[in-house]
Design a protein. Sequence first.
Length: 276
Amino acid sequence: MTADATAELVAEHEALIQFLYLAPVGLVQADAGGNISLMNPLSVQLLMPVAHGGCIGNLFDAFDAIAPELRALTDAFDAPNGVICEGHQIFLHQDSTVPVKRGTPEVLSVSLVKQGENRLMAVIHDVTEQVRRERLLRQSNAMIDTILTNISDYAVVSLDRRGHVSAWNDSIGRVTGFGTSLVGQPYSVFFPAGATTASGQLARLREVVANGWQLEQGNRVRADGSQFWSSAMIAPLPETGVQREGEPDTAYCMILRDISNQRAAATPAPTTTALP
């Protein structure tokens, strides 16, 4: 081997070592049985809490108590090379009764790649914070869904710049009985016949842009033709808010609420006078 070839090989080796030390994930090289031949410092840090007696010599032995499926997945992988598993999550302390110290990895993501008949590469990543955020997001979404599901007298309608319905959801169907065919219809579809005109509809939208919002009460119409007393608020969505061809160039949110019961409760009962 020439001096130049040797120098090039040394440079590549040093670059590899530097990459291993600076990599933001744990990297482990092992044989098919899990015996480790190379690992970076972050791998040691991540595997130490799960290794028996703090000894890390075999990848599968380290995970046997909490993730024996890693060994099983590798044994069942028949291809000469390829991805055995990707982003497989392992919860480290799910059966522990001892409080986990803050900052200690709780969930590891493990990806295994077979690189030949007797060579494995494992990528290990601490995804504790990611899993926590995803759990909080799911909880928040579930809470919002519960709130929206239990509020049965509101319907939220998205309108385009002409005041035509641009989005339909279950709340609209629940309150008004309309279905997906509502998309593309002017919002006057909720008004009794003759209660508004196309020009009046655009004038109302221009007022909404000028004033920031509009709230009014009146009779509205369901899909079956029946009427209900409603409060209706229209507010512009944050768009340009400029005029184009006499029409507002923006989009809107319209909130319909069935307040028939509240109106009935507030209306005094008629009085009668007894005949002599």
